[in-house]
Design a protein around this ligand. Structure first.
Ligand code: CS2
Length: 484
C-alpha cells in the first residue's frame, strides 16, 4: 500500500491493513452489552482493548456503544470506518493491532434519547465511564455533588441531559420501569475510590431531583492505567491505511476492578484485568505515585523548558526531586499492602515515563490541575500534616502549580482548567505570594478544609510560592536537593 496519505484506503471491515494484527473473532455489531460514556482516546486504548480481548475468547456479545458527551469528532471518525480502529503501542514491545469491540458511536447532544435508550437496553449490563475528573462535578472538599454547577442544575431542571448524572438517572428510571435488570456503573477515571464516589454523587443527584430513587445498580471502584498521549498529524501519516480514530499508547496497561458487579460482565481477565475484593491500595498508589509524579513533572518541567514527559524525566534535578516527592512522602502515606511494593512501583513508573517513542506532552497533563491535585498531592499533604509529618517536596510542587496558574493569568498561556477564571481572579486580587497562597487555599474550592485550617501549612505554602517566584524553578529545585 502507498504511504501517500492522499491515496491510502480508509480503514473498514473490508480493508485490512498490512502490518496490523487482525481481529481474533467474528464481529457481531448487532449485539452490545456495554455503553461507554466518554469516547476518548483513553477508552479506545484501554477498556475497549480489554473487551476486544474478551471477545477473542468467546465473549462476542459484549460490543460497546460509545457515547461522546460533547463533540462529534470521534463519531465522525469511527462510523465511516465501521467503528474499527488501530491501537499502536510505542516502546518495547511495540506493535499495531486492530480493535473491533466498538459497535456504534453516539453524540449525546445530538441524540440524547438514543443514549438513554442504549443505557436502558436490557441487553446492556455494564456502563463504563471515562469523563475525566471534571465530568463528576464533585466538591473536592466534601466529595458531594456540586448541585449548583450549571450543567448539573440544568439536568436537575429537567431538560435533555448534559451530565452523566442526568443520563444515568433517566436510564435507571427506565430500566426499573421495564424490568431491564441490574446495571453495573463502572468509573474508569483517576479519582479516589472512584466507584464509591460516583455512587455517592449519583445518590446526591437522585436526592436533589426528588421522586422515586431507582435501585438495581452498583458502582464498583477500579484502577485504570495506560499512558495515552493526544494524537499528532505525524502519527496519522505513518499508517498504511487512513484511520481517523488511530490511538497511540504505551505497551503497558493495567485494570484492577472491585468485584461488585450487579450482573453479568465480560471476561476482561482475558486481557489481564484483575478482579479483586479491594482496589484501594492499587488506586491510591496509582494516583499518588504515578499521577502525582506526572503532575510534578508538568508543573516543574514546563517552566524549565521541557515539552515532553521523557525529557522532563531525563532532567537530573527534576528526576531527583520527583523521586524524593514519591519515595520520602507519597509512598509512606500509602496503607501497607502485600499487593504492591511502592519502591519497585516507583522505579517501574519512571522507566515507563522514559519512553521517547511515545511523546507525551506535559501541557496535556498540566490541564485541569484544580480537579487533579486534591487526590494526587493534597490528600497526602494533609494526612501527613495531621500526624505531624512535613511534606516539603509536595508543598513546593503545590507552589509550582500556583506559579503555573499565575503565569497563565499573566496572559502567557491559556489556563486549561474549569476553575481558571476563579484562580486568575484570586491571583489578580492579591499583592503578595503569602496573600495569594492564603486566598487560593481558602477560597478556590480546591483545597481540603484541613489545609486551610493549618496556619503553619498555609504560611509554608506562601513562603514556597515566594521562593518559586523569586528564584525560578531550577535554583529552587537545586537548593531543595542540596539542603535535604
Ligand atoms: C495523566 C494521566 O493527564 C494526566 O493527568 O497523569 O492521564 C495518566 O497518563 C494516566 O492516568 C495513566 O494511566
Amino acid at each position: 500500500m502507498s504511504a501517500d496519505p492522499g491515496v491510502r484506503p480508509r480503514l473498514s471491515d473490508a480493508t485490512m491493513p498490512e502490518g496490523v494484527a487482525p481481529l481474533r473473532y467474528v464481529r457481531d455489531r448487532a449485539r452490545s452489552g456495554i455503553v461507554h460514556l466518554g469516547l476518548g482516546a483513553f477508552h479506545r486504548a484501554h477498556q475497549a482493548v480489554y473487551t476486544d480481548d474478551a471477545m477473542a475468547v468467546g465473549d462476542a456479545g459484549w460490543g460497546i456503544v460509545g457515547v461522546s458527551l460533547r463533540s462529534p469528532a470521534v463519531r465522525d471518525a469511527l462510523v465511516p470506518q465501521d467503528c474499527l480502529y488501530i491501537v499502536e503501542e510505542r516502546g518495547a514491545p511495540g506493535g499495531r493491532r486492530l480493535v473491533g469491540s466498538i459497535n456504534d458511536a453516539l453524540v449525546a447532544p445530538e441524540a440524547p434519547e438514543r443514549v438513554i435508550a442504549a443505557l436502558a437496553d436490557p441487553a446492556v449490563h455494564v456502563a463504563t465511564l471515562t469523563v475525566t475528573e471534571k465530568g463528576y462535578h464533585r466538591d473536592p472538599r466534601t466529595n458531594g455533588l456540586l448541585v449548583d454547577a450549571p450543567d448539573v442544575a440544568h439536568d436537575l431542571g429537567g431538560g435533555d441531559p448534559r451530565t452523566i448524572f442526568g443520563f444515568l438517572a433517566a436510564a435507571l428510571d427506565r430500566r426499573a420501569a421495564r424490568g431491564a435488570g441490574p446495571l453495573t456503573i463502572l468509573s474508569c477515571d483517576n479519582l479516589p475510590d472512584n466507584g464509591r464516589l460516583l455512587g455517592g454523587l449519583l445518590d446526591d443527584y437522585l436526592a436533589a431531583r426528588g421522586g422515586a430513587r431507582p435501585g438495581g445498580w452498583t458502582s464498583p471502584s477500579g484502577m485504570v492505567d495506560r499512558i495515552v498521549p493526544a494524537i499528532t498529524a505525524d502519527d496519522f501519516a505513518r499508517l498504511p491505511v487512513e484511520d481517523r480514530a488511530l490511538t497511540v499508547c504505551e505497551p503497558f496497561r493495567q485494570w484492577v476492578i472491585e468485584d461488585r458487579f450487579a450482573g453479568p460482565r465480560p471476561r476482561w481477565e482475558a486481557g489481564g484485568a484483575q478482579i479483586v475484593d479491594d482496589v484501594r491500595p492499587f488506586e491510591l498508589a496509582k494516583l499518588r505515585l504515578l499521577n502525582g509524579a506526572h503532575s510534578a513533572l508538568a508543573y516543574w518541567g514546563l517552566p524549565l523548558g521541557h515539552a515532553y514527559v521523557h525529557e522532563a524525566v531525563r532532567d537530573p534535578d527534576l528526576l531527583a526531586f520527583v523521586r524524593r516527592q514519591l519515595l520520602a512522602e507519597a509512598a509512606p502515606s500509602l496503607p501497607p499492602s502485600a499487593a504492591l511494593d511502592p519502591a519497585a512501583y516507583v522505579e517501574a513508573i519512571l522507566r515507563r515515563f522514559d519512553n521517547p517513542a511515545l511523546p507525551h506532552r506535559l501541557a496535556q497533563i498540566a490541564m485541569d490541575g484544580s480537579q487533579k491535585l486534591p487526590q494526587r498531592w493534597l490528600a497526602t499533604l494533609v494526612e501527613r500534616a495531621a500526624t505531624g509529618l512535613a511534606s516539603p517536596a509536595h508543598l513546593r510542587s503545590v507552589a509550582a502549580w500556583l506559579a503555573f496558574v499565575g503565569d497563565a493569568s499573566g496572559g502567557g498561556r491559556p489556563a486549561d482548567d474549569p476553575l481558571a477564571s476563579r484562580l486568575e481572579t484570586i491571583w489578580d486580587g492579591q499583592a503578595t505570594p503569602a496573600e495569594i497562597a492564603t486566598a487560593i487555599v481558602r477560597s478556590s474550592g480546591v483545597f481540603p478544609a484541613a489545609f486551610g485550617a493549618d496556619e503553619a501549612l498555609v504560611r509554608a505554602l506562601g513562603e514556597a510560592l515566594a521562593e518559586r517566584l523569586s528564584k525560578g524553578p531550577r535554583a529552587m529545585l537545586r537548593d531543595f536537593l542540596d539542603r535535604s
